[in-house]
Design a protein around this ligand. Structure first.
Ligand SMILES: [Zn+2]
Length: 336
């Protein structure tokens, strides 16, 4: 279920896709975040985009997680403490999670001056979602740590995208686990039925593997709208269009494995069929230069990061970036 890490730049146009999923806040969490909701924010006098340095054509980190374990065995593993520390760093640095679905469709509804981050989880491991008999998340699972972080930092929304395979979250059972994720506002998304390497299959075979993942989700949690795919091993099928559309599925975001922030979904250069992700990694881990710690350092130090203007209906940016805007969004543009 793991893939060799390949920096996106080394892919030479081939496909390194990964998966992601998004979740949403629980009813309780939604209540807790009411003060930060758009409706509540709109009661406060809006700040001018320049005042908060709005840059809605800026870069967005889409972070990729696999397994949380006390004893990491590969670069894809992180300890629960590492994960907690990374979420708390994001919260302190004014990042607000949005699901992959909301990101790829440009529904980025976060307070003025904050930055979107997309948290994605691959392979549906039990360390991500495991429920106690009473239905609460087990200690040190990703969903438990997300919820705890949001309690400590009320602006931080506990929503993520879970890219799952068939027989997801075996300790809890896929029906129960996927339903819990949906009810708590997370996104459930596809990572194929059996984690097939799509580049090794013919067109029919790749379509079958993607369809199998879609059907497994629909069977476990009927009514789920699956709109995102992460490619196992980051491997793109041929032709690439098979990842986006086939019998029984249609995705508006397809996710890679490496190795840099995405451009804004409002930018001309945005590539919904091949969205890059950043592997979660400490500052001294293997290939750290492509990992999350170093990338978050770079985004904090530079001026390329996405900064929200607080109004989900407009796209605000310094007028010098005007040429980067997708032409389809000209009417929503607020250059300053
Ligand atoms: Zn995977």
């Amino acid at each position: 279920m793991r893939y060799p890490f390949v920096p996106l730049g080394a892919l030479a146009g081939a496909a390194v896709l990964a998966s992601g999923c998004s979740t949403g806040p629980s009813p309780a969490a939604g209540e807790r975040h009411a003060a930060a909701s758009p409706a509540a924010v709109s009661a406060v006098p809006a700040k001018a985009p320049a005042e908060v340095g709005a840059n809605e054509l800026g870069q967005v980190p889409v972070l990729m997680y696999h397994q949380l374990t006390e004893k990491p065995a590969s670069v894809y593993d992180r300890t629960p403490a590492d994960f907690r520390a990374e979420l708390e760093r994001l919260a302190r640095e004014n990042y607000v999670p949005v699901t992959a679905r909301d990101f790829q469709t440009g529904r980025i509804d976060i307070p003025a001056g904050t930055h979107p981050v997309v948290l994605t989880f691959d392979d549906s491991t039990n360390s991500q979602v495991r429920l106690n008999p009473d239905g609460t998340p087990a200690p040190d699972t990703a969903v438990a740590i997300l919820t705890e972080t949001a309690k400590k930092y009320p602006q931080f929304k506990p929503v993520a995208t879970f890219f799952v395979n068939a027989e997801a979250f075996s300790a809890t059972g896929s029906a129960k686990a996927l339903t819990w994720l949906k009810e708590h506002g997370h996104e459930v998304a596809n990572h194929t039925g059996g984690h097939e390497n799509l580049s090794s299959l013919d067109q029919e075979g790749a379509m079958r593997a993607i369809s199998a993942g879609q059907q497994a989700i629909e069977k476990a949690a009927p009514g789920t709208q699956v709109t995102s795919l992460a490619l196992p091993f980051g491997a793109m099928p041929s032709p690439a269009g098979v990842a986006t559309r086939g019998t029984g599925y249609r995705y508006d975001g397809v996710y890679l494995v490496g190795a840099n922030p995405s451009v804004s979904p409002f930018a001309k250069a945005f590539t919904p069929g091949a969205i890059p992700r950043i592997r979660s990694a400490g500052p001294e881990d293997e290939d750290a230069e492509f990992g999350s710690s170093r990338w978050l350092d770079k985004l904090a130090a530079g001026k390329t990061r996405y900064v929200s203007d607080g109004d989900p209906n407009t796209v605000a940016f310094p007028s010098a970036s005007r040429n980067e805007l997708s032409p389809a969004l000209a009417k929503r543009a607020r250059p300053y």
